[in-house]
Design a protein around this ligand. Structure first.
Ligand SMILES: [Fe+2]
Length: 190
């Protein structure tokens, strides 16, 4: 499968716009909101809980783009989205996006009774199931683990039919800000 890279905020905005009417399962048997509304709800929840952490918010906004880029790839969609945004939004955002599936496997191990959507419970098996104890220990040692769990909790909550979570265009300046920070860091270190 060809690797997709979103090189500009405009390309990323176009991909997010394209999520309207696209579902996590092509036959619409999965979660009840489309990928566009899910992205906005997840990002809005993170903005409410972590208003100063723009990178965490945009990670929430883009975390499921892999399902747009390769429909039905439940096991690989997090890595796919991380690869697509790494150059534009930076290593931390990519890492948080990549960890949103391991964070689900982690939470399923440490909080086995917590509610997942029926679709998330279904795909958990394809993603490796709940973590084994040695995987839990390795995950907890990751410096991004706590933020990845925060993203995952917003991800699981951001699936409410009919909830107005704002408009995509409002995220453009936030994406520009994060992308500009990454460009200046790259320029400084080169
Ligand atoms: Fe999601």
């Amino acid at each position: 499968m060809e690797r997709v890279e979103l090189r500009t905020v405009e390309e990323l905005m176009a991909a997010l716009r394209a999520c309207r009417g696209v579902w996590d399962t092509p036959d619409r048997s999965g979660d009840p909101v489309d990928l566009h509304d899910h992205a906005l709800q997840t990002a809005a929840l993170l903005r409410r809980g972590h208003p100063s952490d723009k990178e965490l918010q945009v990670a929430g906004l883009v975390h499921d783009l892999g399902l747009l880029l390769c429909p039905g790839d439940d096991a690989g969609h997090a890595d796919r989205a991380a690869d697509a945004v790494r150059g534009l939004l930076g290593e931390r955002v990519a890492r948080l996006v990549r960890l949103h599936v391991p964070a689900k496997r982690y939470l399923s191990a440490v909080e086995p009774g917590r509610g997942l959507s029926a679709q998330s419970a279904l795909t958990l098996g394809a993603q490796g199931g709940p973590m084994e104890p040695h995987e839990v220990a390795a995950f907890e040692a990751d410096p991004h683990a706590e933020d990845a769990v925060t993203l995952r909790q917003a991800d699981d909550a951001g699936k409410v039919v009919g909830l107005d979570a704002g408009i995509l265009e409002d995220w453009r300046p936030v994406l520009e800000l994060v992308a500009a920070g990454i460009r200046s860091t790259a320029a400084y270190s080169s």
